[in-house]
Design a protein around this ligand. Structure first.
Ligand code: AP5
Ligand code: MG
Length: 219
């Protein structure tokens, strides 16, 4: 059973790579951000609570997030594992995730740190478009959809995320540096950290990740 964890600043390419890896490894893509956005779209109590934090670029409280991801990982399609994108994002979440993984009979790792220079992020976020239906990610310049504003995969409309405003992006990067960056050392200490150069064309990043996963499988 394989849990692959994707780490990286907002805009590093976690969602983009997770979609490819999910298809290549036949494991579900579990994105805490997508799960929150789904709840927000459906106007649930959880969605209304999460939106207050997301719109400000802050993190949703750990207990709410952990409960939501646990429920997702207990679904039958995640029996062989999952690609985790955006979770865990704090040390308490990482601790809770180890407990969840143990209960599921899995171990955590590899944790892939997608490294991208901060100066790339504003450009990546400004051009990002996301599909309404299942969160496929596009970029107006680096990965445009075949038809403007329509998802290639499921034909739904593309939208711009409310939290991609430049000032909210700056806040999200600050939150990442203080609360999420410590997870790099957390996973290094456990011997499962792998660093990936996220500042290359998308297909090259995917190839680097698949090479790492191939090596891990062969160990
Ligand atoms: P979330 O949705 O997870 O956002 P994030 O971590 O800020 O990351 P992003 O989705 O912005 O970036 P990404 O790395 O997925 O990049 P992408 O592939 O889209 O979380 C949103 C909010 O929800 C949080 O702020 C928080 O409030 C809440 N939340 C979520 N999880 C939580 C948790 N665990 N605990 C508490 N709160 C939580 O790529 C970005 C753009 O760049 C795209 O346009 C893409 O096409 C382009 N691109 C990607 N790769 C490349 C490349 N190699 N070259 C050129 N362009 C590229
Ligand atoms: Mg994402």
């Amino acid at each position: 059973m394989l849990y692959v964890v994707l780490l990286g600043v907002p805009g590093a390419g976690k969602g983009t790579q997770a979609k490819w890896l999910s298809a290549a490894l036949a494991l579900p893509h579990v994105s805490s951000g997508d799960l929150f956005r789904e709840q927000m779209q459906n106007g649930t109590e959880l969605g209304i609570e999460a939106q207050r934090y997301i719109d400000r670029g802050e993190l949703v409280p750990d207990q709410v997030t952990i409960g939501m991801v646990r429920d997702r990982l207990e679904r039958s399609d995640a029996r062989a594992g999952a690609i985790l994108d955006g979770f865990p994002r704090t040390i308490p979440q990482a601790d809770a995730f180890e407990v969840i993984a143990r209960e599921m009979g899995a171990s955590v790792g590899p944790a892939l740190h997608l490294r991208v220079p901060i100066e790339r992020l504003v450009d990546r976020m400004a051009g990002r478009r996301v599909c309404q239906k299942s969160g496929h990610v596009y970029h107006l310049v680096y990965n445009p959809p075949k038809k403007p504003e329509i998802c290639d995969v499921d034909g739904s409309d593309l939208f711009q995320r409310e939290d991609d405003l430049p000032e909210t992006v700056r806040k999200r990067v600050q939150v990442y540096e203080s609360l999420t960056a410590p997870l790099v050392e957390f996973y290094r200490a456990r011997g499962v950290l792998q660093v990936v150069d996220g500042d290359q064309p998308m297909a090259a990043v995917t190839a680097e990740i698949l090479a790492i996963l191939g090596q891990e499988a062969g160990r």
